[in-house]
Design a protein around this ligand. Structure first.
Ligand code: ADP
Ligand code: C5P
Ligand code: MG
Length: 249
């Protein structure tokens, strides 16, 4: 777990808004979105205007690639593998993350699970101090993985995840029971085992039981709060103090 953005902060200096980038991975319905929401709430960020937020959250779902007409038909029948790395536009994700690290304002599209495509709405992500990126495969692509300063893996058992995914997909993602179960058996479960679970080894912190694990969430919130307290103007002074102390010993 590195304390501070390395390459980018060195090139941009302390004035820049080079954020602390946190990746949040885990299987479907493990609670990634809920954990990120809780972190934002506990840091008092949810009620703030977008432009005022010091902590922001982005979903990897915004980086699903657009489908060809035949893939679109398969997706409508629940026969497209949205859990395979090829379903994502990892180059676009990498580009956007690099722009965020360079302190730029970016537009992130909203994903529509009903149409299986990017909607015409998008969110403006303003330069922030901490950026959370959550998704099933955020640790899969090496170039993306290497950008994170901290990596969290939300670890919830498969039965619980399936039991949560079924009602969520029916109520929030416009699916029916048969489609959700078929998709789960044919694509979601095998891809989790092949592509997502092996990335757990890259995590700095594993959160067992997901959003139920308030102790883990509080520890992470405390770590982020400490980071936020170190405002850009304090950082050089702190480092100067450490330098002078060590040279006088
Ligand atoms: P992910 O983003 O990893 O797919 P979500 O945060 O969307 O997971 O959670 C999946 C579903 O389970 C959602 O409907 C959410 O409200 C619910 N959920 C998440 N965590 C819990 C929990 N600890 N207890 C009960 N329901 C939960
Ligand atoms: O929020 P969660 O991590 O569950 O989102 C990822 C899941 O969304 C994947 O497991 C994938 O099967 C599902 N998905 C879907 N339909 C889409 C895009 C993603 O069912 N169009
Ligand atoms: Mg989610």
């Amino acid at each position: 777990m590195s304390e501070k953005p390395a390459d980018y902060s060195l090139t941009n200096g302390f004035e820049s808004k080079t954020p602390f980038l946190i990746g949040v991975a885990g299987g479907t319905a493990s609670g990634k979105s809920t954990v990120c929401q809780k972190i934002m709430e506990k840091l008092g960020q949810q009620q703030k205007e977008q432009t005022e937020r010091r902590v922001v959250c982005i979903s990897q779902d915004s980086f699903y690639r657009s489908l060809t007409p035949s893939e679109r038909v398969r997706a409508e029948r629940g026969q497209f593998n949205f859990d395979h790395p090829d379903a994502f536009d990892d180059k676009k994700l990498l580009t956007i993350l690099k722009e965020i690290l360079a302190g730029k304002k970016v537009e992130v599209p909203e994903y529509d699970y009903v149409t299986n495509s990017i909607s015409n709405r998008s969110h403006t992500i303003y330069p922030a101090d901490v950026v959370l990126i959550e998704g099933i495969l955020v640790f899969y692509f090496p170039e993306v993985r290497d950008l994170f300063h901290m990596k969290l893996f939300v670890d919830t058992d498969s039965d619980t995840r399936l039991a949560r995914r079924v009602p969520r997909d029916i109520m929030e993602r416009g699916r029916d029971l048969e489609q959700v179960l078929n998709q789960y058996m044919n694509f979601v479960k095998p891809a989790f085992e092949e592509f997502c679970l092996p990335t757990k080894k890259f995590a700095d912190v594993i959160i067992p039981r997901g959003a139920d694990n308030l102790v883990a969430i509080d520890l992470i919130v405390q770590h982020i709060s400490e980071y936020l307290k170190r405002s850009p103007t304090e950082k050089p002074q702190l480092e100067y103090a450490v330098l002078t102390r060590s040279t006088s010993v």
